[in-house]
Unconditional design. Structure first.
Length: 104
């Protein structure tokens, strides 16, 4: 229930415009990760990361996008405690904590 509590807190205390800003930022990071993966696979424009490292970055950035979509109410996990990763839970908790401390 902690994850959903954090999502609800963020939804109630972070403006929709700020949550949309966060979504744009996370989407841009996902785009960069996808670009690195493509470059690593294609090897016509090499990147310092391996294809496997780039795939991991895509997974991580996808989780960040999902987190913000949850905070926007655009995505809901049927069972948030089982459907989310530990990384997602930690990042959502940090977002809520920053807002509680007035740093978001």
């Amino acid at each position: 229930m902690a994850y959903q509590n954090d999502v609800n807190f963020v939804r109630e205390h972070v403006s929709e415009l700020d949550r949309i800003d966060q979504l744009m930022e996370e989407c841009s990071e996902l785009l960069v990760a996808c670009s690195k993966r493509k470059r690593a696979l294609q090897m016509t424009n090499p990147t310092p990361v391996t294809a496997e490292e780039a795939l991991q970055e895509i997974k991580e950035e996808s989780q960040d996008v999902l987190n913000v979509l949850c905070a926007l109410g655009m995505f809901v996990f049927e069972n948030p405690e089982e459907g989310t990763t530990e990384r997602m839970k930690a990042k959502m908790a940090r977002w809520a904590d920053r807002k509680k401390r007035g740093k978001a």
